[in-house]
Write a protein of this length. Structure first.
Length: 61
């Protein structure tokens, strides 16, 4: 199970994108490391809302 929910990640990313403050301040507000926020923002910009989901494993029958 992921440490942070997809909803939490989306909330943090949107807080960064909608505000005029940097990675470090937003990360500090949510008690996460700024490099983690930077990665989430990059994923969001590349893949949109689903950028945080990891693909599930599919097994053949």
């Amino acid at each position: 199970m992921a440490k942070y929910s997809e909803q939490f990640k989306l909330t943090v990313v949107k807080a960064y994108l909608e505000g005029n403050i940097g990675f470090r301040k937003v990360a500090s507000q949510f008690s996460i490391d700024f490099s983690l926020l930077r990665r989430w923002v990059a994923n969001y910009k590349s893949h949109g809302h689903t950028g945080h989901r990891k693909p599930g494993l599919r097994y053949s029958k």
